[in-house]
Design a protein around this ligand. Structure first.
Ligand code: NDP
Length: 283
């Protein structure tokens, strides 16, 4: 294997140490810990695991978390009522509504009710818009984690060709905007991109956020590229990325594994956003 592994678990642990110290500084200055409220509606098994991991991560870094569980039959009015009460709660700095919401609830409309200054997922149109404008904002967690992992290589981002495969609002688009902010020359690819391989082959930095197991093969990668695999595809009880790791590792310079790459960073960036929101609100 030629590529060097970018260890998301290790980077995450280091960042969580820094977050813990900052959370203690916040507590000392303001007499309360930074607070995260999590709303979980319904009983989606994957969401249960994600939420449990978020709560555990809060506990281990000194962020106070409160979990609000709602039944799958919750009405939009009830859910919005809870969001608005968390918006008003002075001890809540970050508020997230775990997705997906139960069928029949309008995710877009519901997420728009989260106060932008507490929107630690970075999904609100105000934060997405500010990211586009290059203004200070709470940026989406997975894309922020991607940038941290690329920086971990020690290679410059400025002036590099970055190709993002995937244009979702939660990964692809914000990842592209953050790379642009770092002065990369950015190309976004999607399902209608013609001759995808000819584009990915130009990438010094390749971000795969497609949602298809082993979609990016070795022949699609420029020798020496930094390859960030965002994919989390469950197959026969195992987790696979969007990149064919065995092939890619022979060509890339750096690569993130799945699991243990981008995954651990997402929650870490959620903690970081909660802290950022807490300090900003306390000003
Ligand atoms: P979406 O399904 O929302 O988006 C997938 C994107 O891939 C779309 O833009 C789609 O294009 C594009 N795409 C699909 N097929 C092709 C193709 N044949 N060629 C080129 N592009 C294609 O997924 P997400 O962005 O939400 O997630 C992507 C992956 O990242 C998933 O595996 C998900 O599980 C994972 N993920 C991991 C996280 C983590 O913490 N590690 C967090 C969030 C997601 P089009 O727009 O044209 O349809």
């Amino acid at each position: 294997m030629k590529a060097r592994i970018i260890d998301g678990k290790l980077v995450s642990e280091r960042l969580r140490g820094e977050i813990k110290a900052e959370a203690a500084r916040f507590l000392a200055a303001h007499g309360r810990p930074p607070g995260l409220a999590v709303i979980l509606a319904g009983e989606d098994p994957a969401s249960e695991i994600y939420v449990k991991n978020k709560i555990t991560a809060c506990e281990s870094t000194g962020i106070k978390s409160v979990l609000h569980r709602l039944p799958a039959c919750v009405t939009e009015a009830e859910l919005v009522g809870l969001i608005e009460s968390a918006n008003r709660d002075e001890t809540v700095d970050g508020l997230l509504v775990q997705l997906p919401l139960p069928k029949g609830l309008d995710e877009k409309r519901i997420l728009s009710r989260v106060s932008p200054d507490k929107d630690v997922d970075g999904f609100h149109a105000v934060n997405a818009g500010n990211l586009l404008l290059g203004n200070p904002c709470l940026a989406a967690c997975t894309p922020s984690g991607i940038i941290e992992l690329i920086k971990e290589t020690g290679l410059p981002i400025a002036g590099k060709n970055a190709v993002v495969v995937g244009r979702s609002n939660i990964v692809g688009k914000p990842a592209a905007l953050l790379l642009l902010q770092q002065n990369a020359t950015v190309t976004i690819c999607h399902s209608r991109t013609a001759d995808l391989k000819s584009v990915t082959k130009t990438a010094d930095i390749l971000v795969a956020a497609v949602g298809i197991k082993a979609f990016i093969t070795g022949d699609m990668i420029k020798p020496g590229a930094v390859v960030i695999d965002v994919g989390m595809n469950r197959f026969e009880g195992k987790l696979y990325g969007d990149v064919c790791f065995a092939e890619a590792a022979e060509t890339a310079g750096f690569i993130t594994p799945v699991p243990g790459g981008v995954g651990p960073m997402t929650i870490t960036m959620l903690l970081k956003n909660t802290l950022k929101a807490a300090f900003a609100r306390a000003k």
